[in-house]
Design a protein around this ligand. Structure first.
Ligand SMILES: *Cc1c(COP(=O)(O)O)cnc(C)c1O
Length: 355
């Protein structure tokens, strides 16, 4: 039976990305060696790095004066590495969910953290809009897509200070005005690659302003100066990232990814709103196009497990909601297909007809 992958992360990747990466794992560029066993300093690997950086710059239309680097440690390491490099005195944070809260916790090790607004009291069912960012903050940190709660900020916010964004779960799903950001970071395992690499876009001129001593590995300049090869980079994940960026470009770039995201999300949200068994969990205007959360209406609550099994039997994988929301979460990243979303919608309709 065909499987439809709605996993929240690591998550669905285009089939050709997986196939092409698998080929290189067996025989890298006809060298007779696996991608897993070559040196990252091998002359064949440098072009993988170069093309990956060039494609990210091209796809996101990154202006001059920014560097793109690849590191390990996930987005979670960036929660501390961002403030280590950018927080001089104080930084503003928008608390929109679990990941934002974790980012704030780490930033407090480095200076004053102003929580400009929070939707924690409403279980993060909306993105706060009424707040003031202090004009003397070093940056304003946002989480553009709240993977767990299913809310998203899909346009650039107005801010008196430069933005820094955790875009782990919606990078490459829409055009971004990178010039508004001092940094953008993303654990690659949602929309860019297999797990194991983190992509960071850094505005060069903002580096070196903090007075603290930075350990070598924590200083972004170390990695910029060495082209992400100060130490051994995650070679296979970076290769899978390259293949994904080639795929995004061939499909029509981030504009097309944006169009598809709207198309998929419209189909699924329309069904959630129509179907008498379900309702969405967040404010309509803040609905994420990437992670679509829904629960069963109170009078049908006891059918949740039954629906989960029903959908699983029809090939739906990974639709169980995060424990802090419950119900269901269908993650619809770039590689998600309309066919997959329609299969889920059909399951919802058929289940409704049964009850
Ligand atoms: C998944 C996720 C993270 C955590 O990423 P790791 O790479 O596992 O550290 C952080 N932020 C957001 C928005 C995420 O979706």
């Amino acid at each position: 039976m065909k499987k439809y992958n709605f996993n929240a992360g690591p998550s669905i990747l285009p089939k050709e990305v997986i196939e092409n990466t698998a080929k290189q794992i067996l025989d890298f560029n006809g060298s007779g060696l696996s991608l897993m066993e070559i040196s990252h300093r091998a002359k064949d690997f440098q072009p993988v790095m170069d093309e990956s950086v060039a494609l990210i710059k091209e796809l996101l239309d990154i202006p001059n004066g920014y560097s793109v680097i690849f590191l390990g440690g996930g987005a979670s390491l960036q929660f501390m590495q961002i403030p280590a490099n950018f927080l001089v005195k104080k930084a503003a944070y928008l608390n929109t969910g679990t990941w934002a809260k974790k980012a704030m916790k780490e930033a407090k090790f480095f200076g004053e953290v102003i929580e400009v607004a929070s939707s924690a009291d409403a279980n993060y069912t909306f993105v706060p809009k009424d707040y003031t960012v202090p004009a003397d903050a070093d940056y304003f940190h946002i989480t553009t897509n709240n993977t767990i709660y299913g809310t998203e900020i899909r346009k650039e916010l107005d801010s008196p200070v430069p933005l820094i964004a955790d875009m782990s779960s919606d990078i490459m799903s829409r055009p971004v005005d990178v010039s508004k950001y001092n940094a953008i970071y993303a654990g690659a395992q949602k929309n860019m690659a297999m797990a194991g690499v983190t992509c960071i876009i850094v505005k060069d001129e903002v580096l070196g302003k903090v007075q603290r001593n930075l350990p070598t590995m924590i200083d972004y300049r170390t990695h910029i100066d060495k082209g992400s090869m100060f130490n051994t980079p995650p070679v296979v994940p970076i290769y899978s990232l390259l293949e994904t960026m080639r795929w995004v470009k061939a499909q029509g770039g981030v504009k097309e990814m944006d169009r598809r995201a709207h198309e998929r999300a419209d189909i699924l949200y329309n069904e959630i709103d129509r179907n008498k068994l379900f309702h969405g969990t967040v404010n309509e205007e803040d609905r994420s196009l990437m992670n679509i959360c829904f629960v069963m209406n109170d009078e049908y609550k006891e059918l949740e497990k039954t629906f989960f099994d029903f959908a699983t039997e029809r090939g739906m994988i990974g639709i169980k909601g995060h424990r802090s929301v419950g119900g269901f979460r269908a993650s619809c990243y770039n590689a998600q297909t309309v066919e997959g979303v329609q299969a889920l919608v059909t399951a919802m309709k058929d289940f409704e007809a049964k009850y």
